[in-house]
Design a protein around this ligand. Sequence first.
Ligand code: PLP
Length: 444
Amino acid sequence: MPRGDIPDHAAEYAGKTPASAKMFAESSRLHVNGVSHNIRRFDPYPFVSRSSEGGTITDVDGNAYTDYWMGHWSLVLGHCHPSVTRALHEQIGRGWMHGTVNEQAIRLSRMISDAVPAAEKIRYTASGTEATMYAARLARSHTGRGVIAKVDGGWHGYASDLLKSVNWPFDRPESTGLVGGDKIVSVPYNDLDEAVRVLGEHAGDLAGIIVEPVLGGGGCIPASAEYMAGVQEFVHRNGSLFILDEIVTGFRLRYGCAYTAMSLEPDIITLGKIIGGGMPIGAVCGIDDVMAHADDSRGGRSYVGGGTFSANPAAMAAGGATLEYLRGNRGTYDAINGMGERVRSGLAGALGTGGGRAAITGIGSMFMAHFAKDGEECGDIVDAGQAALCDQEKLRRYHFKMIARDGIFVLPGKMGAVSAAHTPDDVERLVAASEEFAGAEQGR
Ligand SMILES: Cc1ncc(COP(=O)(O)O)c(C=O)c1O
């Protein structure tokens, strides 16, 4: 929705969020555009949160929302899961910032390396952005080449290097202030022939490709197994590295990474979000040979510093508690993936995929709706361009209606994720709210 337009249900929303309106005005005075992450802003103003628990986030007016945004999809167990809460409380008593090698980090890494075979070595960061930045650097160090390929619509955080071809149209600069963009090339997603053709043009200087097994920010779109295998084959034959960004998918679809289920052999994997249990985290992991470039004790000169807050005990403890719970309760994945499946089939019926009015994408516990523009029909959505060309205004109308009317929070314009704290009843309420939206739209 263009900024300044008054959305449907704005009056209803204003009526129930006066404290948010007031506080967001102050937030706007203090913060750029009122927010600390561009995507958190939505019109007319985002509610201001006060607390969260289980499947619910509550705003400063006391409105409770069933939360499918779940902290940028980092909270696979929901808010304040008892195991994570306990681990954090205990850790606070033992210190939350040591700045040293700590036992909590070793415990978390043991679990990651057991579940992610390619994670022969791990280095933590405080964000996913840093992890992908280091991944690109390591690939260049290892190969002595300059070009990193990514896919159209791939989102790897705000690091300068990879801030290219994120938003449609993909050939437009994403930001001012970037230099050296010629060392990043973009290839189509889920189009193996074309991807290989573009990679071939850069073969001599190709250090590696970074790709998400499921485009998250780009529209919740799974990669086909053939595409991933074909791209991997090309880069490996070419002496380049295959980098998987599993910051969203790691420990989301199964205990471990998505790539093992796809029989892939990445050289570098980036993780984040879930492995920190909702605390700030990122990790760059990979096979020994590649990670050795970061080992300054062995003369490695690829700086993968980690940073002040890397492996801080609080994040390590929260991540450790999350993975430990998931490892011992594998049924969690059956439950959230099953609810995800029901969301996708329910939304398909509610929003009209049969008639081409909408398409639903996703896998496991991840889901997203896409709406056809007036006079058009949605086909299958297999890349971020197709997703971007859907009716973005209607998508935001849909999400905003659910916030304003139904107490359901999917960040407007983004995908949603079911957590272990959601229930089948929550899912049915989401489907019913979507059905109501589709009905109202027909009368527009
Ligand atoms: C696939 C992917 N990579 C990297 C990032 C960047 O992570 P962070 O926001 O922690 O810097 C994100 C964030 O959403 C992501 O979805």
